[in-house]
Ligand binder design. Structure first.
Ligand SMILES: [Zn+2]
Length: 257
């Protein structure tokens, strides 16, 4: 079978082999065993499998093993379709791509061959666009981490079906745009109005969240004022939803130190 997907994890195994995880075009997470995947050998060829690369693989019929984590499929042939050129040379961008990979890994479902649904395909397009335009912003020398992270998180939450409600207060139902100010509750992923929560001051965040939802990845410059602190509110919500602590995301502390 042929699969196409983005590399979000690569673990060296034995002397020269690799176990890789790919977010497939269907939005599921595929696990693959690649003989000789670390590269090297007599001709010292580099590994095709780099974080963020888009790969096309042909699997062998034989299944290596199946468990609740999904199948581990042996790769017969690999072809690299695309890889980021600039991300690995910029430390902030590299950490950002690692965080994208970790968030994707925590929220995608393992692939099983009995599944053929395409309902999660949006998760693949969110990740592939995020990586492509991250790389392209570095090429154009206009990379700023905050708008990229905000856009990815918004699209990720939307495709996971857990985008926060941005129109009305979760307590009294009043319109949030009419409220004097609003407060975001990361434990719930809801907003409340300033009548229901004193000390509210998240209106700027609400406006940028709504704007981010409507903004395409290639228009990352149209999100002025976005900050990593605002994205952090969405990460806190993501972690609550998936019963994670932020310390479990290795790249989080690197970005938010
Ligand atoms: Zn209210």
């Amino acid at each position: 079978m042929f699969f196409e997907g983005l590399v979000i994890q690569r673990v060296p195994y034995k002397e020269r082999d690799l176990i890789v995880k790919l977010v497939l075009r269907s939005g599921y997470l595929g696990s693959f065993y690649v003989y000789g995947g670390q590269g090297g050998g007599k001709s010292s060829k580099p590994s095709l499998y780099q974080l963020g690369s888009l790969m096309k693989v042909l699997t062998k019929e034989l299944r290596i093993k199946t468990n609740e984590q999904g199948e581990l499929m042996a790769v017969a042939e690999s072809q690299k379709i695309w890889e980021p050129e600039f991300i690995r040379h910029d430390i902030k961008a590299f950490y950002l791509s690692c965080l994208y990979a970790e968030l994707a890994q925590r929220s995608t479902l393992p692939y099983h061959r009995e599944q053929s649904s395409e309902e999660h395909a949006g998760l693949f397009s969110a990740l592939s666009n995020a990586l492509f335009y991250l790389d392209s912003s570095l090429k154009k020398k206009e990379f700023e981490p905050a708008p990229h992270l905000m856009l990815y998180l918004t699209k990720l939450l939307f495709h996971l079906g857990i985008m926060p409600e941005v129109d009305s207060c979760s307590f009294c139902g009043a319109g949030l745009m009419e409220a004097q100010d609003v407060h975001f509750m990361p434990e719930e992923g809801h907003f409340s109005c300033s009548d229901c929560h004193h000390g509210a001051r998240d209106k700027g965040f609400l406006l940028r969240l709504k704007k981010s939802y409507q903004t395409k990845f290639q228009d990352y410059k149209e999100l002025p004022g976005a900050t990593l602190m605002e994205s952090d509110k969405l990460i806190q919500f993501f972690c609550h939803h998936f019963h994670l602590k932020t310390v479990e995301l290795k790249s989080y502390s690197l970005l938010f130190q």
